[in-house]
Design a protein around this ligand. Sequence first.
Ligand SMILES: *Cc1c(COP(=O)(O)O)cnc(C)c1O
Length: 349
Amino acid sequence: MSHRPNRLYLSSDALVANWRALARLSGTAACGAAVKADGYGLGARAVVERLLGAGCRDLFVASWAEAEGVADLALAAGASLAVLHGLRDADLPALARLPGVRPVLSTAAQLVRWRGVAAGRACDVMIDTGMNRLGIGRAEIAAGMLDGVAIDTVMSHLACADEPDHAMNEAQRAAFAALTGRTSARRMSLANSAGIALGAGYHFDLTRPGLALYGGVPAPGLAGAICPVATIAAEVLQRRVVRAGDTVGYNATWRAEVDTPVAIVNLGYADGYRRALSDRGCAFAGDAPLPVIGRVSMDLLALDATAAAVREGDWVRFDDDLVHVAAASGVSQYELLTGLGQRFERHWS
Ligand SMILES: *Cc1c(COP(=O)(O)O)cnc(C)c1O
């Protein structure tokens, strides 16, 4: 596989440093890790191995299929693995295969299903405190829905943590805090990455960062604490000089004002390099910036190579600052990471 024309360089040190920084910022709370969506596109098994090595002991995936992908690693390390989307009928065979994995139950029907197959065993429970996504309502708890249920971790999820001044943060925190002592839960957990930056009142017993582990900065309070983990690099397939007045790429959206050296690079939207970065993205040869010009194609894009004499066979790396790239493209940092394609040769260092 060493001949692939584009690569994703992944830094173990950066991933571990980000987790340690988030653990520190979580104060006395334990710091877990959301490794859903294939570790936010970086590769769940590789991510889990490194986070377990760093001391992380609480992992979250979305589905039982994702749990099956990493359960052996988690359970061998004595770590807890929770499935955020609960327990459907179709998940019962997976639950039977993975008795050490906990569902995060979020509906009355799931609680009934759990009692039927695992009565007495501890589950996790998601409470809705205002996001109106997954979770049991506070009225249902008051009506006794959780009575007699053995709960390891009760959690809720913040809708607006990336807007530190949004009034909903404090409303959700207060609603969640009001559940203290009202369930059998051993632990309470509220904060995602951005929630950690909201302060100690949001940390409870366990935090659940995802994005920031992988180099995303969802809140100003995390800038400076987080470093990039993934860097795209790709090979130059052709260098040409585009004559003044000529155009580059589909729909001829870029026109040369002067004769311009252009590098055609083996990277496109099928690799997850978003078409929204047409005329907006940036690569580098050393420190020299090479702006993306014209439309990003499926498998190729063009760079203005005025700043560096890159040639056929040279490799360039792309801007790995997710805040920049999200601002340039209008695509969220989450989508940039989880959209990373399967064609990269992945190099962990
Ligand atoms: C995805 C997710 C997280 C992690 O969120 P980030 O914003 O990526 O830190 C935490 N908790 C729940 C319930 C999630 O779905």
